[in-house]
Design a protein around this ligand. Structure first.
Ligand code: ADP
Length: 228
């Protein structure tokens, strides 16, 4: 059983690709509204851990529990519904739809749940304002900078009011100034929405925005006290 008050909890996760043990007994837990950084060198298993936590990749063994429900006990449709309704995602490259304007991109998750266009775009603009990119509404992703695109992607990830925001190297393609701004706005917006954040990064200055750090090495995780 996960500890009381835990929103998302994993124990003993193992995942092997061929002869590579991507995860070798990793544990993880996060409370509602908490920002946790998953740190570790390249190839240590951080992304695999994130994919298992989000129900994208099934672990070979071990359990992931979200709000008291084991992900492995859900069917595909239930796991998809969980990802659509409860989780938001930001990746290294925004992965915005190039043919849509920025506001249409942010509104898209709401449109997919049946919200009417006007309402969806109003809510989208609200989130874009929080990420300080409201003025980019009519622009296509190809017409905005990398940092602006990432802020649009964060708005899109938060527009449905997820309980957990998964961010995999969200500043990995940005210079340090834009990276700092994205992290500042991402954590502010997530905290104001009481969304927990699972932040995968190999950069200490990015992890500094978290409440707690988990270090992954060779597929094993370790909880770190904040060294302040
Ligand atoms: P990190 O995010 O820390 O860079 P990953 O979780 O991406 O680490 O990868 C951990 C290990 O698992 C690496 O050795 C990687 O090559 C391997 N791996 C990850 N995903 C796959 C996959 N889909 N197929 C084969 N090997 C993989």
């Amino acid at each position: 059983m996960p500890p009381a008050g835990t929103l998302l909890c994993a124990t003993g996760l193992r995942k092997t690709y061929g002869s590579t043990a991507a995860l070798d007994g990793a544990d993880f837990s996060i409370h509602p509204g908490e920002v946790v950084a998953v740190m570790g060198p390249s190839g240590s298993g951080k992304s695999t851990l994130l994919h298992c936590l989000a129900g994208i990749v099934p672990p070979d063994s071990g359990t992931v529990t979200y709000a008291g429900r084991e992900l492995s006990a859900m069917n595909d449709a239930e796991r998809s519904a969980l990802r659509r309704g409860e989780f938001g995602f930001v990746f290294q490259f925004g992965q915005l739809v190039p043919e849509l304007s920025c506001v249409e991109n942010v509104a898209l998750p709401l449109r997919l749940t049946g919200v009417k266009r006007k309402q969806a775009e109003r809510t989208a603009l609200d989130w874009m304002a929080r990420l300080e990119v409201a003025e980019l509404g009519d622009k296509r992703p190809g017409e905005v900078s990398g940092g602006q695109g990432q802020r649009v992607a964060v708005a899109r990830a938060l527009v449905t009011g997820p309980r957990v925001l998964f961010a995999d190297e969200p500043t990995g393609a940005l210079d340090s100034l834009n990276g700092e701004l994205v992290m500042q706005l991402l954590t502010e917006a997530a905290r104001s929405a009481n969304a927990a954040v699972v932040l995968v990064t190999h950069e200490a200055r990015v992890a500094a925005y978290s409440d707690r750090e988990i270090v992954v090495r060779d597929g094993r995780s370790r909880d770190m006290e904040r060294a302040i």
